[in-house]
Design a protein around this ligand. Structure first.
Ligand code: COA
Ligand code: ZN
Length: 309
């Protein structure tokens, strides 16, 4: 990876859809996944092997992975909270997983009914098994900038959880601003502390929610701090049912527009993302709320908006 190449890790099919109340047909999810791949996205978090009662919208994870045509060069990670989920992921021929803890016990207790420490105990055999199988492994640290149940979060708590995940074998840790409260100085501080604790920049990803309009400012801060992996959700959908008010992930189209304009390579085509964004918004019966979704891209040569369909 050159210094100026960014990895865009698409979370729309998982984070984007998990909080939708209305059932989404399997065929719609598969088409969304296909359009995301067509747009050039190479890491697409596909679904979750969690308790169906916890996330009913993704209860079709087994069928989805069975029906998903794998494309060469595309990684489709799935969320796995425990060995039960790992068995399902194996049966579904997954080859990449994400486990998820947080920087606050108040959040993990509601989201996965475990303390941070208990969650790490639950992930240990999952990550060990995935390691035996040679799977790619990511660990999320949610609520890294603030918790909907306990308020401010110390960066040291996020770094401590990240270090434990790395000890358990994850390839990458992803700090999540689950409720979209973080601001650039926090991003700089968390990055500096993580790097100071021995975590390489290349092992750190950020997952911003644009709930309060700070996501792209946070991306810019992280880029300046040497981070090159960012999560985003095409169409800007998303939120966690256990994080009240956690609207909207950073929209992939907003991230792609910024990276294109500052000439950082990423391999994703804005027009393709906009096609997928309109598809999912229409399927969900919602207006496409992202900034670039509404305005389109911009052709420097003519001044015209692009990709508005
Ligand atoms: N896949 C399918 N079913 C599962 C499962 C899995 N990975 N893990 C547990 N279950 C089932 C159990 O079999 C049990 O079913 P039953 O009631 O029919 O017997 C039920 O779910 C409860 O299982 P239990 O082990 O007692 O778990 P819990 O109630 O303590 O919940 C989690 C723990 C982690 C399984 C659950 O909270 C969860 O899946 N959370 C995910 C939340 C999430 O995805 N949030 C968004 C991402 S940030
Ligand atoms: Zn999220």
């Amino acid at each position: 990876m050159t210094a100026d190449r960014v990895r865009i890790y698409e979370v729309g099919p998982r984070d984007g859809l998990q909080n939708e109340a209305r059932p989404i047909p399997l065929a719609t999810k598969l088409r969304y996944l296909e359009l995301l791949a067509d747009a050039g996205l190479r890491e697409i978090e596909a679904t979750s092997f969690v308790a169906p009662s916890a996330i009913p919208q993704l209860a079709d994870a087994d069928q989805l992975m069975a029906a998903l045509p794998r494309r060469a060069g595309i990684r489709y990670p799935v969320l796995v909270p425990n060995m039960r989920g790992m068995a399902r992921a194996e049966a579904a021929a997954a080859d990449a997983i994400a486990v998820f803890t947080a920087a606050s016990d108040a959040f993990t207790t509601r989201n996965i009914r475990m303390t941070i420490s208990e969650s790490l105990d639950s992930f240990a055999p999952v990550l060990a098994r995935a390691g035996e199988l040679g799977w790619w492994r990511r660990g999320y640290v949610s609520t890294a900038f603030g918790c909907p149940y306990s308020g401010a979060v110390e960066p040291a708590a996020a770094v401590a959880a990240a270090l434990r995940l790395l000890e358990l074998g994850v390839d990458e840790v992803c700090f999540g601003d689950t409720i979209g409260v973080g601001v650039p100085p926090q991003v700089r501080e968390l990055t500096a502390r993580a790097v100071g604790a021995g975590i390489a920049e290349s092992q750190i990803a950020y997952h911003f929610h644009d709930t309060r309009g700070t996501a792209l400012a946070n991306v810019a801060a992280a880029l300046s701090a040497g981070i090159r992996t960012f999560d985003a959700s095409t169409g800007g959908t998303g939120g966690c049912p256990y994080a009240p008010g956690a609207a909207g992930n950073l929209a992939t189209e907003d991230l792609v527009y910024l990276l294109d304009a500052i000439e950082i390579e990423h391999g994703v085509a804005l027009d393709g993302v906009l096609v997928a964004a309109r598809f999912i918004a229409e399927s969900l019966g919602k207006p496409l709320a992202s900034k670039v979704g509404q305005a389109g891209g911009w052709d420097r040569a003519t001044g015209a908006a692009t990709g508005r369909g």
